[in-house]
Design a protein around this ligand. Sequence first.
Ligand SMILES: Cc1cc2nc3c(=O)[nH]c(=O)nc-3n(C[C@H](O)[C@H](O)[C@H](O)COP(=O)(O)O)c2cc1C
Length: 226
Amino acid sequence: MPNNNTLSDNPPFFDVVSQVRAMRRLKPDLVPLATIRKVLEAGVQAPSGQNTQPWAFLLIHSPEEKRWFQERYANAIETRFGGFDRLKEDDTSSLARQMRAVKYQCDHMHESPMILLVAGKRDWPFKVAQEDRVGLAPPNYGAVYPCVQNILLACRSLGLGAALTTMHQVFEDDLHVHFKIPESYGVVVSMPIGWPMGNFGPVTRKPAAGVTYFDSWDNTDPGNWA
Ligand SMILES: Cc1cc2nc3c(=O)[nH]c(=O)nc-3n(C[C@H](O)[C@H](O)[C@H](O)COP(=O)(O)O)c2cc1C
């Protein structure tokens, strides 16, 4: 059910886009499938090369399957990321806060109402010459990420929390077998979705002015860049 994080029925885009934070602490409360469908319909409005729409979704929502995913995800985080035991209780740095949230997420992922996997059809980028196309092509990241960002925007608009994660890569082979995902797709993003425990807030990002150049990489000042 919506909470006080909902902006309004029709939130202004610029408010929404500046509040799409990784929400890693989620309530177990039900999210109606109709609401998730609305979110996914926003996802599929994304652009893709030649409008090929190479995305596909797998919604993990049964308790056993969420647990299966969580156990492997937590193990992947511990082995590839780790360091949680070295976190000092009084450390309030943003890195420490993020690590605590990541730890919470991997310990409680199965309690979120659902885990969304976003897969992309495999496709060689143009720059890889025919003769160099050996093995499996990568999933079409360029098309999947706009879809994923639309999903994040839609979640925020509806007051749903979501967090983009990629650590499933560590056990992607198992994912394919367990969930019968065809080899022609790669799983790009895994995203627990649910009503957030905390409040949404503004993201922390460098201003665009610090990463924008005019005509040449050595020119950051067009003169009237307010
Ligand atoms: C390509 C990509 C991969 C990411 N992978 C993970 C991940 O595996 N686990 C995770 O907790 N967050 C992951 N994130 C989320 C980022 O950590 C997060 O967006 C960033 O730290 C900014 O935090 P904020 O969104 O709360 O402002 C990923 C984000 C992107 C764009």
